[in-house]
Design a protein around this ligand. Sequence first.
Ligand code: HPA
Length: 270
Amino acid sequence: MWEQVQQTVKYIQEKTGFTPEYGVILGSGLGSFTDDIQIEYSLPYHEIPNFPVSTVEGHKGALVFGTIGAKKVVAMQGRFHYYEGYSMKEVTFPVRVMKYLGVNKLIVSNASGGVKNTYKVGSIVLIKDHVNMMPEHPLRGKNDERFGPRFVNMSEPYSRKMIAKAEELAAQLGIEVQHGVYLGLQGPTFETMSEYRMVKALGCDCVGMSTVPEVIVARHMELETFGISVITDMGNEDSIESITHAEVLEAAKGAEPHVRALIKELILSY
Ligand code: HPA
């Protein structure tokens, strides 16, 4: 994989000559963040060597390069999910590439189901920790020490300094944020009532189908990582709402201007 990553990096560097400092992975309904970027290059995933090949028809995905103020950013417009059939190595390949393009700080966003009783649909959650219950581990197999160590310290997967900065900015901007522990499950089914109860019993506050593998791989390579989630539905034990993907996207859209503003300011000031 090392050679594949370096080959992809070389291709992108030759195409763009761009050295980003910040990586951003845009989750469900948060894709418009690219409007905040002064875009210099946009590379469709299917043109990038070694990138996972999309099996979904009409699947839109691109690596977007540009600036926010003086900060150089690469953003993933569209991510790869395990439930789509990709291996965890494929899901996390772009994170490896971002690292060797120059990224040292990664911001990951997602939509999730909430179980904490202070949450409501549209709540913005700063992820302070996660529980990994996905069925495949992205670091399983022979370890390549060039990327990072065999056994990865996960005592601070989400940067406390970035969380503190984001809280400060949220207060300044008048945006309400909460904290949470994110449980990563494979999906693609939403949780049953009993599974939502399990999420709570496990000490988690929200649940989703992404983020965890990307953050693990980011930490393997010592990227400073920040995670933000929009609660798009509440799984409250006995009164589960019936949720559709369209509703998830709509709820995420509602919080989108706030999440955008927060990420933008964080990039500008951290
Ligand atoms: N479960 C898992 N993933 C999700 C959910 C959920 O309830 N909502 C949005 N993404």
